[in-house]
Write a protein that binds this ligand. Sequence first.
Ligand code: F6R
Length: 636
Amino acid sequence: MYKKLEYKEAGKFEETRFEKIHNVVFDNSNIASIAVAQEIADLIRTKQADYKKCVLGLATGSSPIKVYEELVRMHHEEGLSFKNVVTFNLDEYYPMTKENTQSYWYFMHEHLFNHVDILPENINIPSGEVKPDEVHQFCIDYELKIKEAGGLDFQLLGIGRTGHIGFNEPGSHYNSGTRNITLDHITRIDAATSFLGIEHVPRVAITMGIGTIRKAKRIVLLAWGVNKASVIKETIEGEITADVPATYLQRHENVTFVLDEGASNDLTRVKTPWLVKNCIWTDDLMAKAVVWLSSKLDKSILKLTDKDYNYHGMSSLLVEQGSAYQMNINMFNKLQHTITGWPGGKPNADDTNRPERNTPAKKRVIIFSPHPDDDVISMGGTFDRLVEQGHEVHVAYQTSGNIAVSDEEALKFAEVSFDLNGEKSSASKIIKDLEAKKEYDVDSAAVRGLKGLIRRKESVAATRYVGIPDSQVHFLDLPFYETGRVKKDKLSEKDVAIMCDIITEIKPHQIYAAGDLADPHGTHKVCLDALFMALDQLKPESYMDDCWVWLYRGAWHEWDIHDIEMAVPMSPDQVLKKKQAIFYHQSQKDGVMFQGDDSREFWMRAEDRNKETAKKYNSLGMADYAAFEAFKRYHY
Ligand code: F6R
């Protein structure tokens, strides 16, 4: 795990020769957000003590949610007052009504303003409601208002994958002021989930300019998750360019980027620390370095030479290990031992160098699947092998996944049911509810019920195909998910209790779960948190001593090769079988609602990813397989 850095003042950090912006990496986004909220609270209090107003520039989006939550907590529990606070939000979609749940006006009130004692007249958010011919004047007035308030004391920022800050998309000028702007396609793709489809995402927004933002006396930018890693590297290490507007912040004298581990992943000092400084060579770091060197030089591990190590910042590793020859063999063996066709352990075989134990020969297994399809998408091949090798495999779908079924799909099923069962059936109510539904309306309970049912039946079709009885398929319908909206509730004891119950009932020897950390607010991460909490509670039970946890990655990312502890190869036939199992999830085929930024269908992503892993293993010198599914063990 990357060492947590201290939260130091800007300008008082050890610059690496690659970095141009002060940044701090925290273990996770929660503790990072609390540190940022603390800085804001300190500023508010300092200003209060001097009888001054505190002018805050605020951001929306997923990144600042926990910061606001912490400020609200401080208001309730520590008496932090917002009476002297004046706020200016960065942006708003245009056109957009305040009441629309997608508006930034709504967001700010829901997350902060409704819960603190800020004076309504001190709240400023660009308006999505002004008439088109008034936008120009509105923007000039917004700038003036910030100036009249004395300028921004503090500006909180997120960053888009386009490198936008506020909605200053690529091409924005260094001196730009508040204005309207056309949103970049990538930004619209990223917003598509909350708008339930890209076609609903506005094309235009009003945003503070780069010139407005950089006049702030202090700037803190937040970035969480590996999805942000590459834009963070470009911003911190790249040249200043309008192509990545956040790079303009390199010229600001009091800016800090606050990152979690995922977002810091691509920084040179994190990704390849040996290129920056002398390293303490742990086993993990050594594995990371050798895999990196091998792919950089396009040589298999066993062909790396002393010179290769010396020329790429690893001379100290070479000294420590004695010679490239021995080090290469150690690494080669380490990787080789991750490969197994026996994910549940190979009975009666020596398991000293295998990822799993050989006993008990028949294991009880739970595959936790956040949505009803992650099981087959992410580990369909391994699932199949476990069943084939005689283990008792259970699948537990953690959420109903109802929100991802389109209205058209639900209507189709409702109409079939109506035609079979007639006017008096619940189908007629569902049809009426769907017909009456307006854009952004939450589905009625009946419609949600049907959507959930569609996903259940698809799942059962897939699990029957893989070959497990229906009695081993469990639908947990965790309550945190059941809001009917993209925004979910917080994890509660009820969720954790449901997770504990199923583990207690099955007493598994193996648990598989989605270790997807890309989106800290996403459903996969929440489902993983629910599992971790359940494991914490159940740890004292003796049967848990025999329970190993393996994490797979979801549809978007794969483990880095050096992180993989079990790699399960698939034959071309198994690749086909896995594809077939994914096909049973018909409501998620062809232009699904939560596509993300990847236009490939889920089976294609899964197939490409598994082939890619096999290719990487092969180029490191391992045998040439068709595809691999990869897992990392979690020690609780
Ligand atoms: C929001 C804003 C945007 C977001 C950025 C990141 O007011 O101006 O720049 O900060 O798009 O969004 P999240 O935090 O959702 O990843």
